[in-house]
Write a protein that binds this ligand. Structure first.
Ligand SMILES: NC(=O)c1ccc[n+]([C@@H]2O[C@H](COP(=O)([O-])OP(=O)(O)OC[C@H]3O[C@@H](n4cnc5c(N)ncnc54)[C@H](OP(=O)(O)O)[C@@H]3O)[C@@H](O)[C@H]2O)c1
Length: 511
C-alpha cells in the first residue's frame, strides 16, 4: 500500500503557516475559520482583520462577541473545549482594521509588521448587497484590493486567495468555465496577458459618483447611488452592482499581481453546510431563502423563474474546503494565477423546478417541524412564471390594488390592503433576485475537481469539494430547511449537534 497517499498534502502544506483572513464576522469566513481550527491544528497562526463597530470598538472584542460565541463552534466547544480555548489564545491574532482604508488604517509600522508575520492572505470581506450604493460597493469590492496588493508586495509577494463569485460572469450565457470572464456588455480593453484594463471604467464611475453627490443629498442621494450602480452594471454586462464591482476587483488583482501567487475562488450561491461542522449550519438569509421566507409568511406565491434553469447552490463547507485546497496549492507551487469555480451546476445540476418542488413538498408534509419558518401549513403553491407573464400580472394587479389601497388609507385603515403589501414584496424581491431564479448559464468546476484530484485521496476525504454526490432532496428537505429554521432565524433553539460524517478524522487531528 502506498502510505504517502494517506497523508494530507493540505495539512502538510499549511503546517506552521500564518494566514491573514478578512471577513470572518461573515458567513463564509466563519465556516472557513472553524474548519481551520478543527482540522488544521498545526497551522502556525490565523490573523483576523476585523473593523471596530459602535458596539465592539476593536477586533478582539468583536472576535469574542461575534465570532467565538457563534454556534458554528458548538461542535468544537462540545468535543474539544480546551483545544478550542487554547487555539483562540495562542493562534488567533486579532487585528483592528478597516479594509477600505489605506493600509487598513493601521500605522505604517504595524502594517509592515503584519506583512512580515503572514504567509498568505484570504480575502473574504465584501459587500454582498446586490444593490449597494455604487461608491460603497466600489470601495469595499474593488478599491480595497489595492491594500491587499500592497500588503502582499510588502511581504515579498505573499499569495492571495480572493473569494469572488461565479456571478462575475454577468450576463454571459451557456457553459461558463474557470477563466477570466469577459464583459457581456460595454467594451473594455483587454491586455494581452488576459485581464481587462479597468482604470478608465473606474475613473468614469468615480466621476459619475461625484456628480451624483453634488446633485443630491440624504435619502435621495442614497437612492441615486443605488440606481447609478445598477445602471452602470447593466450597461457593462452585469445584473447588479455587487457582481460588477467584484469583477472589477478581480481585474485589479490580475493586473497588479501578474507573475505572483493569486487564486480567484468563485463560489456560486452559498447555502447551509452539507456536513461540517454540523449539517445545515447557516448564517443570514441568502438569495433563495429570502424568497422562501416570503412564501412561508404567505407574502409571495408567484415569482419570475425558469423551472428548467440550473440554480447553482453550493454548501458552505465545500466552499471552505475549496479555499483551503487552493491555499495549500499556492504554498506547493507559488507564482501562478488560478481561477476556480466552487459550484454544483455542471457536476450535479439542480433545476429551479426541482428546488421549488422539494421545498414545497417538505413545507406541506412537515411544516410543523419548522416552527420559525411556517406558522401553519402553506395553503397555496409557489409558482414560478416567466418574467413577461410575472410583469404583466403584477402590473395589472398593482393597478387594481392601488386604487383599493388608496381608498382604504383615506378611510383611515393605517396598513392599507394586505394583498397590495404582498404584491409590493414580490415585486421588490423580483427586482433584486429574479436574475438568479432565471438562470441561463451553467457553471463548470473541472479545474477545481482536478485540483482536488491532484491533492490526493486524503484531502478528498478531509476537504471534499465535489458536489456531485449531494442528494438534493435530502439536502434541501432535511438539512437546509432544518438549518434555516435552527440557525438562520432569530430566537433559534439550541441545536442538537450531529457529528459530521468525517468528524472522527478531524477529531484525531484535534486530539
Ligand atoms: N454568501 C454567498 O452566497 C456568496 C456567494 C458567492 C460568493 N460569496 C463571496 O464570499 C465572501 C463572503 O461572503 P459572505 O456571504 O460571508 O458575506 P457576509 O456574511 O456579508 O460577510 C461579509 C464580511 O465582509 C466584511 N466586510 C464588509 N465590509 C468591510 C469593510 N469595509 N472592512 C472590513 N470588513 C468588511 C464583513 O465585516 P463586518 O461584519 O464588519 O461588516 C463580513 O465579515 C464574499 O467575498 C462574497 O463575495 C458569497
Amino acid at each position: 500500500m502506498d502510505t504517502n497517499k494517506e497523508v494530507s498534502q493540505t495539512l502538510t502544506l499549511l503546517k506552521g503557516k500564518h494566514i491573514l483572513i478578512t471577513g470572518t464576522t461573515g458567513f463564509v469566513g466563519k465556516v472557513m475559520l472553524e474548519k481551520i481550527m478543527r482540522t488544521v491544528p498545526e497551522v502556525g497562526g490565523v490573523y483576523l482583520l476585523i473593523r471596530g463597530t459602535r458596539k465592539h470598538a476593536n477586533a478582539g472584542s468583536r472576535f469574542a462577541n461575534e465570532i467565538a460565541s457563534s454556534s458554528v463552534f458548538e461542535f468544537l466547544k462540545l468535543n474539544a473545549p480546551d483545544y478550542f480555548n487554547d487555539f483562540c489564545h495562542t493562534k488567533i491574532h486579532c487585528v483592528s482594521g478597516e479594509i477600505t482604508e489605506h493600509q487598513f488604517g493601521l500605522p505604517r509600522e504595524e502594517f509592515r509588521k503584519l506583512a512580515g508575520n503572514i504567509d498568505a492572505i484570504v480575502n473574504c470581506a465584501a459587500s454582498v448587497n446586490f444593490r449597494e450604493e455604487l461608491d460603497r460597493a466600489l470601495s469595499i469590492n474593488t478599491h480595497s484590493l489595492r491594500n491587499i496588493v500592497e500588503l502582499s508586495e510588502l511581504g515579498g509577494n505573499i499569495p492571495v486567495i480572493q473569494v469572488s463569485t461565479c456571478y462575475v460572469n454577468g450576463f454571459n450565457q451557456g457553459h461558463i468555465h474557470e477563466s477570466t470572464s469577459v464583459p457581456a456588455g460595454g467594451e473594455i480593453p483587454r491586455h494581452r496577458d488576459g485581464y481587462f484594463e479597468v482604470g478608465n471604467v473606474i475613473e468614469e464611475l468615480e466621476h459619475k459618483i461625484a456628480q451624483t453627490q453634488q446633485q443630491f443629498e440624504g435619502r435621495e442621494l442614497k437612492n441615486q447611488l443605488v440606481e447609478l450602480g445598477i445602471r452602470e452594471a447593466n450597461a457593462y454586462g452585469w445584473n447588479d452592482t455587487y457582481t460588477f464591482t467584484k469583477w472589477l476587483g478581480e481585474q485589479l488583482l490580475l493586473k497588479s499581481l501578474r507573475g505572483y501567487s493569486l487564486t480567484l475562488l468563485r463560489p456560486s450561491i452559498v447555502e447551509s453546510t452539507l456536513r461540517e461542522p454540523s449539517p445545515g449550519w447557516i448564517e443570514g438569509v441568502k438569495v433563495a431563502d429570502a424568497i422562501l421566507l416570503a412564501y412561508a409568511k404567505e407574502k409571495v406565491t408567484f415569482f419570475p423563474g425558469k423551472r428548467s434553469g440550473v440554480i447553482d447552490v453550493i454548501p458552505a463547507d465545500l466552499v471552505a474546503n475549496s479555499i483551503l485546497l487552493s491555499l495549500a496549492e499556492q504554498f506547493k507551487k507559488p507564482g501562478g494565477h488560478h481561477v476556480y469555480q466552487c459550484c454544483s451546476g455542471s457536476a450535479n445540476p439542480l433545476t429551479l423546478g426541482t428546488f421549488i418542488d422539494h421545498l414545497m413538498t417538505e413545507a406541506k408534509e412537515n411544516h410543523g417541524s419548522y416552527d420559525k419558518l411556517f406558522a401553519r401549513r402553506p395553503r397555496k403553491p409557489f409558482i414560478a412564471v416567466n418574467r413577461q407573464l410575472f410583469t404583466a400580472v403584477a402590473l395589472c394587479l398593482n393597478a387594481v390594488l392601488s386604487v383599493v389601497n388608496t381608498t382604504l388609507l383615506k378611510l383611515g385603515f393605517k396598513r392599507g390592503l394586505k394583498a397590495k403589501r404582498n404584491l409590493d414584496a414580490a415585486m421588490a424581491l423580483s427586482t433584486i433576485f429574479s436574475f438568479y431564479t432565471e438562470p441561463e448559464y451553467i457553471f463548470h468546476n473541472d479545474k477545481l475537481l482536478n485540483l482536488a484530484k491532484r491533492m490526493g485521496k486524503a484531502d478528498q476525504v478531509l476537504f471534499p469539494v465535489d458536489a456531485s454526490a449531494i442528494d438534493w432532496e435530502t439536502y434541501l428537505r432535511k438539512i437546509h430547511m432544518a438549518g434555516l429554521n435552527c440557525y438562520a432565524l432569530k430566537g433559534r433553539k439550541q441545536p442538537l449537534n450531529k457529528a459530521p460524517q468525517n468528524i472522527s478524522a478531524a477529531q484525531k487531528q484535534v486530539a
